[in-house]
Structure formats: C-alpha cells, structure tokens
Write a protein that binds this ligand. Structure first.
Ligand SMILES: Nc1ncnc2c1ncn2[C@@H]1O[C@H](COP(=O)(O)OP(=O)(O)OP(=O)(O)O)[C@@H](O)[C@H]1O
Length: 263
C-alpha cells in the first residue's frame, strides 16, 4: 500500500527525444492523489507524449517515472501489467473496437483481467455505462451508431472498466459543442468525487481548465514551467505562459466566472 504522503505520479528528469528533436529535457512533475491535473501548453509542447509516458505506453530516453510509489524502470513485466490496470486511459479517438457493441467493448478488459462469471462481468459493464450517464439502450449500439458526446462517455466507461485509481484523458472535450463539453466536464467532476479518482487531462479547452482542474501543469521550453491552480497560472509573468493565456478565449472564460471548482 502506497503511503498517502507520496505523490501518485512522479516524473524526474524526463528527457524525450524523436531523432534530433528534443521534446522534454529534465522535466519534473509531481501529481498528488485526488488531484484534477490538466496538462496545458502550446501545440507540440509534448503534452500527449507525456501522457503516454505516464501511461507506460512510451518510455522516455532518460529520467524516471514513478507511479503509485513504484519506480517503473525496475519492475518486471508482470508488475507493469498490474500498474497499468490501475490506470484508465481515454484517447482522443476513443479507441473502441468498431465490430463490437458498447457493452462488449467494456466487457473485453474485464474478461481479460478478471476471472469472473460472464453474467457478473456483464453486470459490471452495465454499471459503467450507467456511471457515465448513458442509457442502458446504448449498450447494444456499435461505436459508429453513437453520437460524438455519447462516444466520449462510452470511451470513459471503458477506461473505468477495471476500476482504475488514475484516469488519463487526452483532449476529452475536443470536437464537442459547448453544451456537450460542459455536460462532459460535469460528469468528470462527478466521477472524480464518487470514485476517489485522480484525473490527468490534456486539454486546450479553457472552460474545462477553469471548471475541472484544480492544478494545471504548464509545459513550455521542454519543461513544466509552472504547476498551479488556474487563478495563479493565468497571472504568471513567464512570457510563454502569459502569451498562452493572453487571448480572448482565456479572458472570456475568466469573465464568465467559470472556475467554481478550484478547491
Ligand atoms: N511518434 C512520434 N514520432 C516522431 N515525433 C513525434 C511522435 N510523437 C510525437 N512527436 C512529436 O513530439 C512533439 C510533441 O508531440 P505531442 O503530441 O506530445 O504534442 P502536444 O503538446 O500534445 O501537441 P498538440 O497540443 O498539438 O496536440 C511534436 O513535435 C510531435 O510531432
């Protein structure tokens, strides 16, 4: 059992490189249990790549990734599989099997990782569908028969299949209309509150930043330039951060008073 005082995720001196392109250099970040952390920064600053490294889908060229108090570079494959099961991941594309209906998509990881009777697995999968606010009738639909908003929720339901402690989301509200994006944000807050989750989300959506996150890690110059709540980050004088937030969309979200969840 991990000590409650240790960070849930600790990235130390991470260097990420593609050929001669250095994306992260000696990057450090700690994420505590229960945080709703957003990763932000300009296009190409390496947010999605960092999310993949936290998800153990990509290994950085240098540095260490410690998850749930365990340094991942020293772990056996079996231990890594156990750690991965504690993380739910929602990718930008949803990554659902198009030949399987929603229920079957959610049952798949349960079948793979849990030795449970089929009827119980089905019951658990239906519970996840309900948790993300989808009607039971969505269960028998193929991914391509779901609306954009439903598909995003479906992807979260699947990410929650194995009851993860950590939920990683890559631009979850991208492509949604403002009302659906706002409903999605509400769902995330509810899941966070009811399931004892830690959230890490990559987002460009300023409304989500104000509403969902309570900490924001700003990526720039190959590093985390600042980790702070939005109120503090948006008045940070670092030129890269200032430039990012000095646009009308940021100001719009601020003047609309979105940001009731900064606790
Ligand atoms: N598999 C890869 N091979 C080569 N280069 C890559 C690969 N994956 C990412 N990159 C490069 O690494 C950099 C960071 O990519 P990443 O997708 O993490 O950026 P991002 O901050 O999430 O950007 P955006 O906000 O535009 O989605 C980019 O320059 C990208 O082209």
């Amino acid at each position: 059992m991990q000590s409650p005082n240790l960070p849930l995720v600790e990235l130390k001196n991470i260097t990420t490189q593609f050929g001669s392109q250095v994306v992260h250099q000696n990057l450090n970040l700690k994420i505590n249990r229960g945080e709703r952390l957003a990763l932000v920064g300009g296009s190409g600053s390496g947010k999605s790549v960092l999310l993949s490294e936290i998800a153990l889908l990509k290994t950085p060229q240098a540095g260490s990734v410690t998850l749930f108090g365990q340094a991942t570079d020293q772990l056996s494959t079996n231990h890594l599989i156990q750690l991965r099961k504690k993380m739910g991941i929602m990718f930008q594309q949803g990554a659902m099997f198009t030949s399987l209906n929603l229920l079957e998509n959610i049952m798949l990881p349960l079948r793979e990782h849990q030795r449970l009777p089929e009827s119980f697995i089905k019951e658990l999968a239906m519970l996840k569908i309900k948790l993300v606010g989808l009607a039971a009738s969505a269960a028998t639909k193929l991914p391509q028969e779901l609306s954009g908003g439903m598909l995003k929720r479906a992807a979260v339901a699947r990410a929650l299949a194995l009851d993860p402690n950590l939920l990683l989301l890559d631009e979850p509200t991208a492509g949604l209309d403002p009302a659906s994006a706002s409903d999605f944000d509400d769902m995330l807050l509810e899941l966070h509150a009811t399931l004892d989750l830690t959230l890490i989300l990559v987002t460009h959506d300023l409304d989500s930043l104000w509403r969902v996150s309570n900490q924001v890690a700003f990526l720039g110059d190959k590093q985390v330039l600042s980790k702070a709540p939005m109120e503090k980050l948006t008045v940070n004088s670092h030129p890269v951060i200032k430039h990012y937030f000095a646009n009308t969309r940021a100001a719009g979200a601020r003047t609309r008073g979105i940001g009731v969840n900064q606790g």
